[in-house]
Ligand binder design. Structure first.
Ligand code: IPE
Ligand code: IPE
Ligand code: MG
Length: 281
């Protein structure tokens, strides 16, 4: 885990450069700063990190292609946060300690920023210097993860479309969509960029699902001291208690680690699973 930090810095630099290039040249020119706003300064970039670690785990060689696929996942993630903060959704004025995109640039612009980032994700995959077959599979995997089968479905459950969430099973399913799907897609896209075998892709999928759950359980433990929202689904600690939530996060981390143990270079993925559970923000 010691050399995870410098590696993460390197990943961030590569992904930031790719993201900056993707949103360069916006029209009208005034749209440019709004498009860049939610991308920089960055969040943890955990999804691109997982994608690049998966790429390394399978011994991939087209790093440029992997970086573009990693950036694609981050574009979808960033769009999801911009729309999630909108007044009609969570109505959050702040994101990463500064005004949310709709506060800084207005609501209509924030909706368009989200639309543009989501669309650009698929252009980034199409443009990646990778075999056509890998790009098609990546488009399918990311579309599946981002849409109603994944993140959007989870958000729909989160706003109450499925009725109140009162049990661990439903809450787990909600998060498998809302948070899990994009994390799982990160691992999968990294593998696809690295030319992974079907077997390796299955291992990466299992890893991604387990890390996604671990990440969310850890997130809820981190937020446990904060006031619980009075609307929306409960956090895991409310249903399980903080200790059991922490225990399940650790268990999911071990499951993730076990899934990728047989890959050629699993170390970085292992470190990231650890980081997902032991991070402080
Ligand atoms: C926040 O995701 C929203 C969830 C899905 C829990 P991250 O914690 O990855 O957000 P950033 O990108 O690092 O800010
Ligand atoms: C945001 O979820 C996750 C997505 C946009 C998919 P939350 O509402 O739970 O997370 P924060 O608190 O806004 O980061
Ligand atoms: Mg929110």
């Amino acid at each position: 885990v010691d050399d995870l930090k410098p590696w993460l810095v390197e990943v961030c630099e590569a992904v930031d450069a790719a993201l900056a290039a993707r949103v360069d040249g916006a029209w009208p020119t005034a749209f440019g700063p709004a498009l860049r706003y939610p991308l920089f300064p960055s969040g943890k970039r955990i999804r691109p990190a997982i994608a690049l670690a998966a790429f390394e785990a399978v011994g991939g060689s087209s790093r440029e292609g992997a970086v573009l696929l990693a950036a694609a996942v981050e574009l979808v993630h960033t769009y999801s946060l911009v729309h999630d903060d909108l007044p009609a959704m969570d109505d959050d004025d702040e994101r990463r300690g500064r005004p949310s995109t709709h506060i800084a640039h207005g609501e209509a612009t924030a909706i368009l920023v989200g639309d543009a980032l989501l669309t650009e994700a698929f252009a980034a995959i199409a443009d990646a210097p990778l075999p056509a077959e890998a790009r098609i599979q990546a488009v399918a995997a990311l579309a599946h993860a981002a849409g109603f089968r994944g993140m959007v479905g989870g958000q729909a459950a989160d706003v109450g479309l499925g009725g109140p969430v009162t049990d661990v099973e439903t809450l787990t399913r909600l998060h498998a969509g809302k948070t899990g799907a994009l994390i799982r897609a990160s691992a999968l896209l990294g593998g696809l960029a690295g030319g992974a075998s079907a077997e390796a892709l299955t291992a990466l999928t299992t890893y991604g699902e387990a890390v996604g759950l671990a990440f969310q359980l850890a997130d809820d433990v981190l937020d446990a001291e904060e006031d619980a929202a009075d609307d929306g689904p409960p956090a895991f600690p409310k249903l399980l208690g903080v200790e059991e939530t922490q225990r399940r996060a650790e268990a999911a981390m071990r499951q993730a680690t076990a899934a990728i143990a047989a890959l050629p270079h699993p170390e970085r993925l292992r470190d990231l699973a650890w980081f997902a559970v032991h991070r402080t923000h």
